[in-house]
Ligand binder design. Structure first.
Ligand code: MN
Ligand code: MN
Length: 464
């Protein structure tokens, strides 16, 4: 390339060509930790539990609002066990703002309905209601595991976990055989598998000696009662999720990729976690948000719209006599969520100049949304400039990304809800192939660079 072109043109660089051996090893080491986390954190509740377990190992403790606050303190607060907020208190006053990274830990899946169990022709099933944007045809004939809780009227909560341990049975949604799928095959993809046919097979043996009818359902209910002490009515106060039972694996002959369920957005969640675990004595307070409910609009107590975040931040600010609004006004937030990686097999949905590519680093997005940027945060040029500077100064390999061609579709993140709070916010996250599928693909280098990006944000000394 000519010297002038080199100086004047924006170039994306393949991370493999820019890192030395030590950094390659650091990337491998980081990805091993990430893969372990991803395997354990298949639901938002499991993600919170694993994040707290790791956090306590790094010296974090549950935030006690009555205890004094001092620089260097490492705190966390769990919200209903499904949202997690962590902070490392800085030496600067909270008046000067904080450095926030916000990811989400819920992923598309099949939730059990509240009256799920039934029997049809001597097969017992669970009815499901899908959660988030799934392509329904991808969820049939794959192994599923069940996780969640059942809240009993006694106030006790029972944890359900079947299918994750070796030796456990897995669960299954059937599809038609091609021999008899002539009519179904003529349907558009979105209609070929109707939501009400996403029924999970739970068993097939009739319980003997209990009269006629619903004997298979009774057999399944008896097993559940023996294992968890629950009755059918208890499902009404349960949250049980069916998630893919695939193991997290390296992918590709060169092992450069990671295949696993729920990388949207646990890949960014873990990057934030590892970064804040390693943050010591920051100047500005570092805050890590792992939100729930992003996939259905950031609703509810554990979603990013919730006041739970304000309460946590206000509890911190109150300790220093700082007004929350002033803290927000001076804060910086990276909305850490995944973006669509360019797929060479489906190039028609991307616009190559403005798409992210695997192995080109963490992807910054000025805006997300659909149509005319609807539902996006649309970061200011100044915030974009700041994030470029932070990443460049910290050797973070980054690229620019817009999710797909204009009017091809689109998607949102929690960025707009942070913007609503008067917090300067920009989107940055890991490119993912086959996002929202039961088995998503990322590149190791991009996962590692996302972690480096979060670390750099937490270490940022000033928003100006
Ligand atoms: Mn996401
Ligand atoms: Mn998503």
């Amino acid at each position: 390339m000519s010297e002038l072109k080199d100086r004047l043109f924006y170039k994306k660089k393949h991370v493999h060509d820019t890192v030395d051996e030590a950094e390659r090893e650091a990337s491998e080491l980081y990805c091993r930790k990430y893969m372990y986390f991803l395997q354990k954190a298949k639901t938002e509740r499991l993600a919170v539990a694993e994040a707290i377990r790791l956090a306590e190992g790094f010296g974090f403790h549950a935030f006690d609002r009555s205890a004094p606050l001092k620089a260097g303190d490492k705190l966390y607060r769990s919200v209903e066990g499904k949202m997690l907020l962590l902070a490392v208190v800085g030496t600067d006053s909270l008046e000067k703002g904080v450095n926030l990274c916000a990811a989400h830990i819920d992923s598309p899946r099949l939730d059990l309905k509240q009256v799920p169990l039934y029997e049809d022709h001597e097969i017992a099933y669970f009815k499901t209601h899908y959660y988030g944007g799934i392509r329904k045809y991808q969820w049939v004939t794959i192994p599923l595991e069940l996780h969640g809780v059942v809240a009993l009227t006694s106030g006790e909560t029972v944890t359900v976990n079947i299918g994750a341990d070796p030796g456990d049975p897995i669960f299954y949604v059937s599809d038609l055989l091609p021999h008899l799928a002539a009519k179904q095959s003529e349907q558009p993809l979105a209609k070929a598998i109707p939501a009400e046919k996403l029924n999970i097979i739970m068993g097939s043996l009739p319980l003997q000696g209990e009269g006629e009818g619903e004997r298979v359902k009774l057999g399944v209910m008896k097993l559940l009662n023996e294992k968890y002490g629950i009755t059918e009515e208890d499902f009404l106060s349960a949250e049980i999720e069916a998630v893919p039972a695939f193991p997290v694996r390296e992918a590709g002959l060169d092992r450069s990729l990671i295949a696993g369920y729920g990388q949207d957005d646990r890949v960014c969640a873990f990057a934030e976690l590892q970064a804040i675990y390693e943050t010591r004595d920051p100047v500005r307070t570092a805050v890590c948000i792992l939100a729930d409910k992003e996939e259905i609009g950031s609703v509810g107590v554990t979603g990013m719209v919730s006041q739970a975040f304000e309460t946590f931040m206000d509890d911190l600010c109150a300790k220093q006599g700082v007004k929350l609004a002033h803290c927000f006004e001076n804060s910086l937030c990276v909305s850490a969520d995944v973006t669509a990686a360019f797929d060479p097999t489906w190039p028609e949905v991307s616009e190559l100049r403005n798409t992210s590519r695997l192995n080109y680093g963490v992807a910054i997005a000025k805006y997300t949304g659909r149509g005319g940027k609807s539902g996006s945060n649309d970061a200011s040029a100044e915030t974009m400039g700041l994030i470029r500077r932070i990443f460049s100064e910290n050797s973070v390999a980054w690229q620019y990304a817009e999710l797909g061609r204009v009017d091809e579709g689109g998607g949102g993140t929690v960025a707009c809800y942070m913007g609503n709070r008067n917090i300067a916010t920009v989107d940055a996250g890991t490119p993912v192939l086959a996002m929202h599928s039961p088995y998503e693909l990322t590149a190791k280098y991009d996962c590692y660079m996302t972690y480096k990006a979060m670390k750099a944000v937490y270490a940022c000394r000033t928003k100006a």
